[in-house]
Design a protein around this ligand. Structure first.
Ligand code: IYR
Length: 230
């Protein structure tokens, strides 16, 4: 088996900012990303493939297990394929909302106002099916096991969502369950697991979000600081 030897190279592109500018930049990013909302109504306006490609390149830089980059992004704009995805997703969602989810889960979803109808799967210009690979072929052609696949794929998905938002597009992380139909419809091998279907495009002019989605936990609830005593 071929393995690659460790070869350190100098940090190629780090930029240091003065402390005041760091704080400004952090605040600017916070304000920018705080304007991201999951949107469930999209405009049919087209979005150029080049924009999606650039955001996918950003996703591909995410930190991941052993740098095996265990992900695949299937970007779908073909209306016929989107219709088939909608039909398959709605079939699963009907079963989910009819009781498969269980009472507690359905109660938790109540403030979101979601239901089995997913017209956005046809309206939005792009659906990005995100797969994680248990194993994949390395640059030297060897099939290797991958590590930390869910973590790696989730971080890359986060990068992608942030990139699309930064570009000015709305997104929805859609997770019909189960979504094995995505392997068949996107022509992906059974060794890959679909993690989510990211819907993206312009929001519909009359898009709404549930008020519940605006309730974010305060910092004190999501973080703790363990510092040296004074
Ligand atoms: N996949 C379903 C249900 C759903 C589940 C969770 I957890 C959400 O945060 C939102 C929806 C649907 O898309 O309707």
């Amino acid at each position: 088996m071929t393995t690659r030897d460790f070869e350190p190279v100098p940090l190629p592109d780090y930029v240091e900012y003065p402390p005041a500018e760091m704080l400004e930049r952090a605040e600017a990013f916070r304000a920018m990303i705080a304007r991201r909302h999951s949107v469930r109504a999209f405009a049919p306006r087209p979005v150029p493939r080049a924009l999606i490609e650039t955001c996918l390149r950003a996703a591909g830089t995410a930190p991941n297990g052993a740098n095996h980059q265990p992900w695949h992004f299937a970007a779908i704009s073909d209306p016929a394929l989107k219709s088939r995805i909608r039909a398959a997703a709605e079939a699963e969602e009907r079963a989910f909302y009819a009781g498969k989810a269980g009472e507690d889960w359905l109660a938790a979803l109540k403030p979101l106002g979601t239901d089995p109808s997913k017209p956005f799967l046809e309206t939005a210009p792009w659906l990005i099916a995100i797969f994680g690979a248990r194993a994949s072929v390395s640059a030297d052609g060897v099939l290797r096991k991958n590590y930390y696949v869910p973590e790696s794929v989730s971080i890359a998905a986060g990068f992608l969502i942030a990139a699309l938002h930064q570009a000015g597009l709305a997104t929805l992380t859609h997770t019909p369950s189960p979504m094995g139909f995505l392997n068949t419809l996107c022509g992906r091998p059974a060794s890959e697991k679909p993690y989510l279907l990211l819907v993206t495009g312009y929001p519909a002019p009359d898009a709404t979000i549930p008020r519940h989605a605006l309730e974010k936990k305060p910092l004190a609830e999501i973080a703790s600081f363990l510092e040296a005593p004074e």
